[in-house]
Design a protein around this ligand. Structure first.
Ligand SMILES: *[C@@H]1O[C@H](CO)[C@@H](O)[C@H](O)[C@H]1NC(C)=O
Ligand SMILES: *[C@@H]1O[C@H](CO)[C@@H](O)[C@H](O)[C@H]1NC(C)=O
Ligand SMILES: *[C@@H]1O[C@H](CO)[C@@H](O)[C@H](O)[C@H]1NC(C)=O
Ligand SMILES: *[C@@H]1O[C@H](CO)[C@@H](O)[C@H](O)[C@H]1NC(C)=O
Ligand SMILES: *[C@@H]1O[C@H](CO)[C@@H](O)[C@H](O)[C@H]1NC(C)=O
Length: 486
């Protein structure tokens, strides 16, 4: 059975009552008037204590009706080519239909008594050629504020770019347990077609009465460390994932949790490897395959990490962002706890990379059995080029962070440090994770060598911890994964 360690605030907004059609037959008008009368009765009822009847709660939306009919869709303006004064022919372009959605809602989460984050995608050309605006509205109190849009993947988006709208009201809303709804009004403000300013209203979040847990914002977080993975796709190696999970559960310990995002990479054999850890409550898999419909950067990874940030923001002291071909390491003299405690005054720190060869293997006594060794045992050649800038990964204290990226967050309160050299690092086995063949292509028995001009040196750090990780896995989940394939 899967333990529910993924309890979250309220991800699943209730569908909104749709507006009324006005140009209807007289009989219908009569009917509508009666409904409106009923509505006014329910307007009175809503002042009754909320536990009296759940159906009264449901009918509260009714009291907000009727709403004015939506503005008619813009009419098409057909533009002809014109001959300019200087004889040049100015061509015109006529547009039909809609190229990309104004907004695609993934999720909305509360970030406190008066603040919310709405996470979604929006047409990138809209954001390049115009300045779309967002207005947040809380009902039933009917409070409106301008939303603060954050574009965390600026420069990376494709057809779609990621938008995190921060809705912060001047005072607490819905904190008395009465429930309410957050609407986001997304206006194109002339993007794409300068003649129009279209506004879409998005029902971002619905809180049912008594569903808000105020303690979550101040209580100590449930997890010390939470891993937010980015989108996983391709033909992933079950064995590499097996090593990665066992290694990191051991390193991060009892109060850790791993959120894995399946963009098509979690095929049945990989699922086999994750299942025992899901059953133990360490792993949550979120199927995000549906986002493939929307062309963003790398399977919408910026969208996914921002959803993860806000979804688990109050459940973890620290959040880590790195990939499944990367292994966090802290030197023997320390533990993950001592390192993290020493960084507690920082909201964010970045982690240096140790780049490992993905094909050079160490020739040891058991050449014939090398395929049975774990990747971290046999891939021991480290790229020893000095003085170049390598990608860094990072960790944050999420309560102080409002949006996040893949290599670091730029929307936070507090300090960031890059000065973690020698304290914490990650071993990167690039290209091993979506490779189903044996990674060892060349067996080497010297401590250093050059391949294609790149010098490599033996670094047995990970090899030395592999034994303890294997024993840990056996102790935690038994021998179910012993026959896992590459
Ligand atoms: C929105 O921004 C404000 C001010 O920067 C911040 O205090 C608040 O926590 C943010 N809300 C969310 C949900 O991120
Ligand atoms: C909210 O307030 C605005 C102006 O203050 C008003 O135009 C609008 O009709 C109100 N909406 C609802 C649902 O009460
Ligand atoms: C478009 O409409 C929205 C909502 O009415 C408004 O806030 C915004 O300023 C408008 N944009 C422009 C460019 O007029
Ligand atoms: C964090 O800051 C506080 C206050 O400035 C200081 O007393 C403490 O020693 C710092 N902790 C670490 C681990 O640097
Ligand atoms: C390994 O190294 C030893 C000496 O360093 C050498 O004699 C031997 O031939 C090497 N073996 C292989 C397979 O390269």
């Amino acid at each position: 059975m899967v333990k529910d360690r993924d309890a979250i605030q309220n991800p699943n907004p209730k569908k909104m009552f749709i507006g009324i059609v006005w140009n209807c037959a007289p009989e219908l008008k009569l009917l509508l008037s009666s409904i409106l009368f009923l509505c006014s009765l329910f307007t009175l009822f809503q002042f009754f204590p909320s536990h009296l009847s759940f159906s009264i709660q449901d009918l509260r939306h009714c009291a907000a009706l009727p709403q004015p009919p939506p503005p008619p869709p813009p009419t098409h303006i057909n533009q002809q080519d014109v001959v300019l004064n200087n004889g040049v022919i100015k061509r015109n372009f006529n547009t039909y239909g809609t190229a990309a959605y104004n907004f695609i809602l993934m999720s909305a989460y509360r970030g406190g008594l008066n603040t919310f984050a709405v996470v979604g995608l929006s047409s990138k050309p809209l954001h390049v050629f115009s300045k779309p605006t967002y207005i947040c509205q809380w009902l039933p109190q009917n409070i409106t504020v301008a939303g603060n849009k954050i574009l965390p993947d600026w420069g990376y988006g494709r057809v779609y770019t990621v938008v995190v709208v921060n809705c912060t009201f001047p005072f607490p809303v819905g904190d008395d347990g009465s429930g309410g709804r957050l609407l986001l009004h997304a206006s194109t403000s002339g993007g794409g077609d300068a003649n129009f300013n279209l506004t879409d209203t998005i029902e971002a979040l619905t809180e049912t009465p008594e569903s808000l847990n105020l303690l979550q914002f101040t209580a100590p977080p449930k997890y010390d460390y939470l891993y937010c993975g980015s989108s996983l796709y391709g033909n992933l190696s079950p064995q590499r994932i097996r090593e990665w999970v066992a290694y990191h559960v051991k390193m991060f310990g009892e109060k850790s949790h791993f959120v894995i995002h399946d963009a098509g990479g979690i095929h049945p054999e990989v699922m086999e490897v994750l299942r025992p850890w899901m059953e133990k409550g360490y792993v949550t898999v979120q199927n995000i395959r549906e986002q493939e419909r929307f062309d963003g950067y790398y399977h919408n990874q910026f969208l996914i990490v921002n959803d993860c940030l806000h979804r688990y923001r109050f459940m973890a002291k620290w959040m880590f962002f790195f990939d499944v071909d990367e292994f966090i390491f802290v030197p023997k003299k320390s533990t993950i706890k001592t390192v993290m405690d020493s960084l507690t005054n920082y909201t964010q720190f970045t982690i240096e990379q140790r780049t490992m060869s993905n094909k050079l293997c160490y020739l040891d006594d058991h050449v014939g059995k090398i395929y049975r060794k774990w990747g971290i045992e046999k891939l021991v050649y480290r790229d020893s080029v000095k003085g170049i800038r390598r990608d860094r990964k990072y960790a944050i204290q999420p309560r102080n962070v409002f949006a996040t990226g893949v290599h670091m967050s730029e929307n936070l309160l507090g300090k960031t440090t890059h000065d973690t050299e020698g304290k914490i690092m990650y071993y990167h086995y690039h290209g091993t994770i979506s490779e189903r063949r044996e990674p060892c292509r060349q067996l080497v028995n010297t401590t250093s060598m050059k391949v294609g001009g790149t010098p490599y040196e033996v670094d047995k750090t990970m090899r030395e911890v592999a034994g303890a990780v294997k024993r840990f896995e056996l102790r935690m989940i038994g021998s179910v994964l012993i026959r896992t394939k590459q």
